[in-house]
Design a protein around this ligand. Structure first.
Ligand SMILES: NC(=O)c1ccc[n+]([C@@H]2O[C@H](COP(=O)([O-])OP(=O)(O)OC[C@H]3O[C@@H](n4cnc5c(N)ncnc54)[C@H](OP(=O)(O)O)[C@@H]3O)[C@@H](O)[C@H]2O)c1
Length: 227
């Protein structure tokens, strides 16, 4: 069974669509405790991620992912344009030396409003202030700000905290989780969500499963109706 095309390709002009994306080990980890995550999935998993980026308007990550990986978040493995990078760093704790703030590609650094006063740039990135009550971004306001810039097809690429906050806010239309056949024995979890008391209380998701090289791609419909 072939890997499904990017869900972004079927999204009508002007419609917002948020896709969560993560690669996790069999024991549910996205990185070791030291933050090492290269690579959980295989080459086909990386290719799939780059294909998703090439059809997204924006690729969004949390501050800890930039701190741990210094990623470029480009489409260098496939044809197609690189999306705008969006980094969530409420306290503006990241220095300016990371690739996404230096390589000249488009990057938006989202910080709490009080950290955006009188500053517009962070390296080559544009700084934007977002409401952040109690240290947690208002993700609806964030997506509205992105949409005002024409960024409606948003790929949330991790890490686990960032992805989980979108999930908990009910803002993910779909999830593409790669399940890789390795056991890390500990490390950073893919999901950090409020616990349920019994399995019966958990939401049972609808997924389709595709081979992805030596891994599995779990294609999970959340908000949208399955075609
Ligand atoms: N396997 C994979 O597919 C994959 C993908 C991406 C990353 N990773 C790995 O994952 C690890 C990092 O993941 P992580 O879960 O620890 O962290 P993360 O999600 O990368 O970053 C979390 C941090 O980003 C900020 N943030 C994110 N969402 C926010 C929100 N809604 N409101 C306010 N602040 C928000 C906060 O910064 P503050 O702490 O400053 O408040 C938060 O602590 C790295 O080791 C990386 O290598 C793996």
């Amino acid at each position: 069974m072939a890997v499904p095309a990017s869900p972004f390709l079927g999204v009508a002009e002007g419609v917002r669509f948020v896709l969560g994306r993560i690669a996790q080990s069999l024991d549910g980890r996205i990185a070791t405790s030291s933050g090492a995550s290269r690579w959980i999935g295989g080459a086909e998993d990386l290719d799939h991620t780059h294909r998703l980026r090439a059809s997204a308007d924006a690729v969004l990550v949390g501050a800890s992912t930039v701190a741990a990986d210094d990623p470029r978040l480009t489409t260098r493995r496939v044809p197609g344009p690189s999306p705008v990078r969006v980094v969530l760093d409420p306290k503006r704790r990241l220095g300016v030396g990371f690739h996404v703030f230096q390589d000249g590609g488009a990057t938006l650094l989202c910080v709490a409003e009080e950290h955006a006063a009188d500053v517009t740039r962070h390296g080559t990135a544009e700084l934007i202030g977002i409401a952040c009550p109690d240290g947690v971004f208002d993700l609806h306001a964030l997506l509205d700000q992105l949409a005002e810039r024409g960024l409606r097809r948003v790929l949330v690429e991790g890490g686990g905290v960032t992805l989980s906050r979108f999930l908990a806010a009910g803002l993910l239309d779909r999830l593409h989780v790669t399940l890789a056949p390795l056991l890390l024995g500990g490390g950073i979890p893919a999901f950090a969500l409020p616990q349920v008391a019994t399995p019966a209380e958990a939401q049972r998701l609808d997924w389709r499963v595709y081979p992805l090289g030596g891994d599995l791609l779990l294609d999970i419909a959340l908000l949208e109706t399955r075609q």
